[in-house]
Design a protein. Structure first.
Length: 243
């Protein structure tokens, strides 16, 4: 696989990350799933997430961002518990919020924001959305297809991840939000005929290209949860970048 991202772990990056994570309120656990062979981005994913842990603040002798690392070869039980099939995977909240593929490039912005919102115990969603997610019925799987170079993708990922986080927070963990890196997972991108990113699929239907409005996104999530989602073609929701 050709290198399609730049992994910037410079001192400038570390300083900016450290200044942002310094505002963390509560501890956050991140679970990283890797393989010792056949995974071209696993090593970089581990390097990246170790930097996140290192630059997070310390409280009571421990880091507020706690990194847990599992390998397919020795931790199959954890893979099963989190329902992880692909590596690398970076997961939060028991796996309900995850990146499938390295969260590099532009995706680092979304990764930082997700960590901060979980730490602050605030999804940032509208009150009406929070209320709707509290009583949502039925399982919802959101796949946001992304690339590291896409400047719009972090906004789509953050929206989807916060839906999953809010549902989890409300004691109703029925949403799995998965950011799928297209170059590492071309079979998923091909499955949906993705030509531009971000593209968002819900329960197996490609429904949005671009970043949707929260209200529109909620309508589709509710339809999926109720088994009413049928889509003939995706909605062009906002800015997107061609693959």
């Amino acid at each position: 696989m050709a290198r399609y991202y730049v992994l910037d772990l410079s001192e400038d990056f570390r300083r900016e990350l450290r200044e942002t994570l310094a505002e963390m309120v509560n501890p956050v656990e991140v679970h990283v799933f890797l393989s010792k062979s056949g995974c071209e981005t696993c090593e970089d994913t581990l390097r990246l997430m170790k930097v996140f842990e290192e630059e997070s603040p310390t409280r009571n002798g421990g880091k507020l961002l706690k990194l847990n690392v599992y390998y397919r070869e020795s931790d199959s039980g954890k893979f099963s518990e989190f329902k992880v099939e692909r590596v690398p995977t970076v997961a939060f909240l028991g796996g309900e919020v995850r990146w499938t593929g390295i969260p590099a490039g532009e995706e680092i912005r979304a990764l930082v924001e997700v960590i901060m919102r979980i730490s602050e115990d605030e999804s940032g969603l509208e009150d009406a959305t929070k209320e709707a997610l509290k009583s949502l019925k039925g399982r919802v799987h959101i796949e946001t297809i992304i690339t590291p170079s896409c400047p719009y993708c972090p906004y789509a990922v953050l929206l989807a991840h916060m839906f999953a986080y809010e549902a989890w927070k409300q004691g109703n963990p029925v949403i799995l939000s998965e950011a799928v890196e297209a170059y590492e997972n071309p079979d998923i991108a091909d499955k949906y005929g993705v030509m531009s990113v971000p593209s968002i699929a819900i329960n197996g239907y490609l429904v949005f290209v671009g970043v949707p409005y929260e209200e529109d996104f909620l309508d589709y999530v509710k339809s999926a949860a109720e088994g009413r989602l049928t889509v003939k073609g995706p909605i062009r929701a906002g800015e997107a970048e061609e693959l």
